[in-house]
Design a protein around this ligand. Structure first.
Ligand SMILES: [Zn+2]
Ligand SMILES: [Zn+2]
Length: 451
């Protein structure tokens, strides 16, 4: 098969002209040869627009301004996906029209020696089947079930068939954690990691590990799409990310959803096969949250005291040399709680989503350089710390949904050597979410017992 040497730059993507690394005259020549097709960025739909990259149709998420390029006084653009480059009514996305180089058929791509647990094996077989079919499957695996390993045989099956695969996950941290593990397990497959600020955007990789945002650049590119943490913010709330995943798939493609806490809507999707792994890879049950009433803690904090029960718990943990993740409802509590911990001589650090020192703080906590990390829900999932215990202060707050609480509890007891530990929801009034989270965990343990 003959393909143009520049095909790989565009393969499977729809790119703005500004995203192309080619000099202007080369780009124009490709358009003239009709190797690149121009598609308007915004499609006019009666009185409103549809963004061709993120699917936005919401009038309030479009802006307009006088435009130097098209000289119009009101040129409209999409604000919803602007972080990927401006989609304006006078601009185009470019799609490759010529032949694409095929991927090799790699018989044995998986270089991983580990063993799957019986639960992992069942799910892994379902993923392999989904790759062969193609079909849609949800792997509902408890926190600590070993999701990555569950994917391995399905990925090998895909590479055997010369398939291109997208693994999309909502968080940059997870992309960064998965990428080296996948590289090590599939050393001869070309893999690219894409997230805001990543390099290497134009390599023609067979496996792409990307944040769900970055997946928006792809169009009918993948034979297999794996959507990790399908319930996690922002994926579950953001229609445009679902639009992106749908667009990125080829017309016949397999979709594999991974979640520890799938929403009821997802679970009940027609034609979606659900495979449940109620047991952790090490076989021990999930730690069950303890609900502890502490009264009006906000008032106590205002008076510069920490709830007594929380303090006693901290002392027990620290004296037995355990590390603790303390979740608080929002960034606004971090500094107050921090000064109160300081007053009680408890060594700690704080972390939140926009913290510039976040990665360093997380790394030093992982090395157990200090006993307490105070955090927002940013560390609720996708992170593993050895022998950590967790507490939630103000578990009654709305941010602590059932799925958030299940994920938080799921940080504890993840390794075979430290398979149990404390999970305490310190609260001022039990909520449905707290009770449901506890019930969810007990139920999974019950189902796991029989296996
Ligand atoms: Zn858009
Ligand atoms: Zn314009």
């Amino acid at each position: 098969m003959n393909h143009h040497p520049l095909a790989v730059l565009f393969a499977g993507k729809r790119l703005l002209r500004s995203e192309s690394p080619l000099p202007g005259h080369v780009f124009n020549e490709l358009v003239r040869l009709q190797l690149l097709k121009a598609i308007p960025c915004l499609q006019a739909k009666g009185s409103h627009y549809l963004c061709g990259r993120c699917g936005n149709e919401d009038l309030s998420l479009f802006g307009s301004h006088p435009c130097a390029r098209c000289k119009a006084t009101t040129c409209t653009y999409c604000r919803n996906c602007i972080q990927l480059g401006k989609m304006s009514s006078c601009q185009f996305l470019y799609e490759w029209q010529g032949e694409l180089p095929p991927f090799p058929f790699v018989k044995k791509s998986l270089h991983w020696q580990g063993q799957l647990s019986s639960g992992q094996k069942r799910a892994a077989d379902a993923v392999v089947e989904a790759v062969k079919m193609p079909k849609e499957v949800l792997i509902w695996a408890v926190c600590g079930a070993g999701k990555t390993e569950i994917m391995f045989h399905g990925l090998e099956e895909a590479f055997k068939r010369g398939f291109r695969v997208l693994l999309a996950t909502p968080r940059t941290d997870v992309v960064k954690e998965l990428y080296p593990r996948l590289q090590k397990s599939f050393p001869h497959i070309i893999i690219t990691a894409l997230y805001g600020g990543s390099k290497d955007r134009h390599s023609f990789a067979q496996l792409i590990v990307a944040t769900t945002h970055q997946a928006m650049r792809f169009y009918e590119a993948f034979d297999v799409v794996i959507v990790d943490e399908v319930d996690a913010f922002p994926f579950s709330y953001d229609k445009s990310l679902q639009f992106a995943v749908e667009h990125a798939k080829k017309q016949t493609a397999s979709t594999i959803y991974l979640s520890a806490t799938p929403s009821t809507v997802l679970r009940k999707t027609p034609n979606l096969e659900v495979v449940k792994i109620p047991k952790r890879f090490h076989g021990h049950p999930l730690p069950v949250p303890q609900l502890t009433w502490i009264g009006n803690w906000q008032k106590q904090v205002k008076k510069n005291t920490l709830p007594r029960k929380l303090l006693i718990w901290f002392e027990t943990m620290i004296s037995s040399k355990k590390t603790v993740l303390l979740f608080v409802p929002s960034v606004s509590y971090l500094s107050t709680i921090s000064s109160l911990l300081k007053a009680n001589s408890i060594p700690h650090k704080t972390v939140h989503a926009n913290d510039p020192n976040r990665h360093e703080a997380v790394a030093s906590f992982r090395k157990q350089l200090f006993p307490v990390m105070v955090t927002t829900t940013i560390l609720e999932r996708g992170v593993t710390f050895p022998n950590v215990q967790v507490a939630v202060l103000g578990a009654e707050n709305d941010v602590f949904t059932e799925s958030a609480l299940v994920q938080i509890a799921g940080r504890v007891g993840r390794s075979a050597t430290h398979a149990s530990g404390d999970v305490v929801f310190f609260h001022y009034g039990t909520t449905i979410a707290m009770k449901s989270a506890r019930r969810h965990i007990l139920q999974m343990n019950e189902e796991g017992r029989g296996l």
